[in-house]
Design a protein around this ligand. Structure first.
Ligand code: SF4
Length: 307
């Protein structure tokens, strides 16, 4: 069975045509009407979105946004509707895929869903709208009373639509439940893929702009992922690292005296540890966010670097 991208994706006989473009975020668009959902998965990215609360009550006009993008010359090879649970806004979603088909006849269109609201009627409407792919986001141990309904919906989707994908996080001890899904014979895309589909475009300015790299000179892409990484020290250790970095003269860092913390290149963590015995260091993971026309660095993870 083929494996792809650091074993993050697995498929049998077939892989979603949207995968390559999705990985790089080129000529791809992902829209949502709002962020309401029928579930509350522990790994959901949405709660960390800046406007999560706002889009519990407000809706976007995704057809209008698509038309505006088209009018301004945007080209798309892949267009996705995500959420929240998009089928809470079924009419908007159908209208979007119909319009996408008119404006971008060769574009690969994709709908993310948890499958709970999928039924014969809206599946037929989705097929008629020209939707190319439906992607079920599920997780093992999540199969409660709706499990049978969702599995049934997956089977019906295989018959109704050209492409069906299941994406799920790999959870230790859930192999049997995952295997029970494999019987459907579709493409399985892990949460890591979803992760990179969001993280790669967000951190693209760091990859493409010398100015951004210079501004965040203590950061670097992690090995094997699209997150930005650095080492951090706190309290008295922050001051020790700052003096060490100043003495070396060539170490870029970001020192925040009021918060007593310093960020510096992860590749220098071992050297700092050898120079400063007993120091406590953390591995920091961040992504860039656009806010008010500028870039903001948002910390999404911090873990101790063991000596
Ligand atoms: S189904 Fe998707 S959008 Fe809804 S909570 Fe789970 S991960 Fe988030």
């Amino acid at each position: 069975m083929p494996l792809r991208k650091r074993r993050a994706s697995i498929w049998r006989n077939w892989i979603s045509p949207a995968r390559l473009a999705c990985r790089e975020g080129k000529e791809t668009g992902s829209l949502f009407v709002d962020l309401r959902c029928t579930k509350s998965c522990y790994f959901c990215f949405n709660v960390n979105q800046p406007h999560f609360e706002h889009f519990q009550k407000h809706r976007r006009n995704i057809v209008l946004e698509l038309e505006q993008a088209h009018a301004s010359g945007a080209n798309y090879r892949c267009l996705a509707v995500t959420g929240g649970e998009p089928l809470l806004n079924e009419d908007d979603v159908i209208a979007f895929f119909r319009r996408a088909k008119e404006l971008y006849p060769h574009c690969h269109t994709r709908l993310y869903t948890n499958g709970e609201l999928l039924n014969d009627r809206n599946l037929e409407r989705l097929a008629e709208s020209g939707l190319a792919e439906i992607r079920f986001s599920v997780k093992p141990r999540d199969f409660d009373s709706r499990q049978e309904h969702v599995l049934h919906a997956m089977e019906k989707a295989v018959a109704a639509l050209p492409n069906v994908v299941i994406e799920m996080p790999v959870i230790p001890g859930s192999a049997d439940e995952m295997k029970s899904l494999m019987r459907l014979g579709v493409h399985y895309c892990s949460a890591d893929n979803r992760n990179s589909a969001q993280v790669s475009p967000q951190n693209a300015p760091f990859a493409h702009s010398e100015d951004v790299r210079r501004h965040y000179a203590w950061l670097a892409f992690g090995e094997g992922d699209h997150f930005l990484k650095c080492a951090k020290a706190f309290g008295d250790d922050a001051e020790r690292v700052r003096k060490w970095a100043d003495a070396k003269e060539s170490v870029p860092y970001n020192f925040d005296g009021s918060a007593e913390r310093i960020a510096f290149p992860l590749k220098l963590a071992q050297e700092a540890r050898e120079a400063l015995p007993g120091i406590d260091l953390g591995l920091n993971t961040s992504i860039l966010e656009e806010q008010n026309g500028g870039l903001l660095l948002r910390e999404v993870g911090l873990e101790r670097i063991e000596a």
